[in-house]
Design a protein around this ligand. Structure first.
Ligand SMILES: Cc1ncc(COP(=O)(O)O)c(C=O)c1O
Length: 438
């Protein structure tokens, strides 16, 4: 026997969850504040200040009738989805908190998290495309996104038309007309306009407002505009405010931010999320609870990390720009094209920290530069705390046909750099000595 209070006789009284506070005196709180607590009430988890990791595959129902009602929602027999947690392929507490917080950054009604950026993109496209349909997409795209459209969706009878990121309204109208013709020949519809802006790895920007106006003029409103915002989101570009319907992320990059997880997400109005949720419920692909928990931790510092990385990139690019061995930079803080600058001014809130460095020479010079780096790591990916450098033509974009790579500006002299949060002078010293080795 001990003096401890008998937990059976006098159990800890259950507390009601606190209502969400998102405003103080009518003033809407900023995302950076909401990242510390939104969507989680410690009272529901024994007072634990931070959300525990909920490692469970299934959730106990309050009653058989409640279980039936959940499944009516899950299977679509009743509007509105499940009213609670059912089974971990559908959702879990860590993922729900994450989805609530991700939606805040993009000013979205809803969000869905996935086990990778590619799972998010592929499941979303599958939700919207049927045999005979056509996807219109910008170029360049991340190679796996381009491959999914061109090689995998093609197996199911979905076709595509692509257009260069910098396209004008006139050019884009022609692309939509071609896509509509293709769709009617195939007995389908134009199912989705898919953008990546800035494009990986060239940083070419798409005019989202122009695309929205052209879509509204030529297509029914049930053809969504989706955009991969991985390079600038969630801090430096808010595409839903410029006419996109769905925003997609590789959370592996800036949001995760420490190069220690792989995950993805989409966000937008519930009406755009629901068809994707149905497919995710069937196929799986949701982020696991541990990864979701790590992302909650990452979201607490995402603004700080991105701000610092952005400031560092500005300093590093100022150094690289004047270096005699550098041929040019694809950095959004140093745009040389008027039309791209105009898109940047209307859409972007910062230049980011991922850019392309064009060295004088080709693959040999780039490899010498990459092999000489001492602080920056030679690895693909981006948006982490550490600076990374890679050679897209021979790595991330090797699967893109040579001719298409040239067309998109992914040349052998392009090194992609993602600047981290190290000391900027140390980074400059590193790039300086690596350029000496070229
Ligand atoms: C722009 C962009 N979109 C999507 C992805 C795919 O994300 P993940 O690797 O998380 O599947 C990447 C990965 O590099 C990317 O750079």
């Amino acid at each position: 026997m001990t003096d401890a209070v008998d937990a059976v006789e006098t159990p800890t009284p259950r507390r009601k969850p606190k209502p969400e506070v998102t405003k103080i005196d009518g003033r809407k709180m900023k995302p950076s504040t909401l990242m510390m607590g939104h969507g989680y009430d410690p009272a529901l988890s024994e007072g634990s200040l931070k959300a525990p990791i909920f490692l469970t595959s299934t959730f106990a129902f309050e009653s058989a009738a409640a279980g039936k009602r959940h499944f009516e929602g899950i299977t679509g027999l009743r509007e509105g989805g499940a009213e609670g947690l059912v089974y971990s392929r559908f959702n879990g507490p860590n993922q729900e908190i994450l989805e609530d917080r991700l939606a805040i950054w993009d000013g979205a009604e809803d969000s869905l998290c996935f086990s990778s950026g590619m799972t998010a993109i592929c499941v979303m496209m599958m939700a919207y495309c049927s045999a005979g349909d056509v996807i219109v997409h910008s170029g360049p795209l991340y190679a796996a996104s381009e491959g999914f459209v061109a090689k995998i969706l093609a197996k199911f009878g979905v076709k595509y038309v692509d257009f260069p990121a910098g396209a004008t309204r006139e050019q884009f109208d022609d692309v939509l007309a071609k896509a509509k013709d293709m769709a009617s020949e195939n007995g389908g519809k134009v199912a989705m306009i898919y953008l990546e802006s800035p494009g990986n790895p060239t940083n070419a920007l798409v005019d989202i407002e122009m695309v929205r106006d052209a879509r509204d003029a030529a297509l029914p409103a049930d053809c969504p505009i989706a955009i991969d915002n991985t390079f600038l989101g969630p801090l430096w570009q808010r595409p839903l405010e410029h006419g996109a319907d769905i925003v997609c992320y590789s959370l592996t990059k800036y949001v995760g931010g420490h190069s220690d997880l792989v995950a993805g997400s989409i966000a937008g109005d519930k009406k755009w999320m629901n068809p994707v949720r149905m497919i995710r419920n069937t196929m799986g692909g949701i982020a696991d609870p541990n990864t979701a928990w790590m992302l909650l931790r990452s979201l607490e510092t995402v603004e700080l990390r991105m701000q610092r990385a952005g400031e560092n990139a500005e300093k590093v690019c100022a150094f690289l720009k004047q270096h005699p061995k550098v041929d040019g930079l694809g950095y959004l803080g140093m745009i040389e094209d008027d039309r791209q600058q105009d898109i940047y001014d209307r859409h972007c809130l910062g230049a980011g920290s991922t850019f392309s460095l064009f060295l004088k020479g080709g693959e040999e010079e780039c490899f010498r530069f990459l092999d000489a780096l001492k602080v920056a790591k030679l690895a693909v990916s981006l948006g982490g705390t550490e600076t990374l450098a890679s050679h897209p033509a021979s790595m991330t974009h090797l699967s893109v046909a040579h001719g298409r790579r040239q067309e998109l500006g992914i040349t052998d002299s392009l090194v992609r750099i993602s600047i981290g949060i190290e000391d900027p002078d140390d980074l400059i010293a590193d790039f300086d000595q690596a350029l000496d080795a070229v």
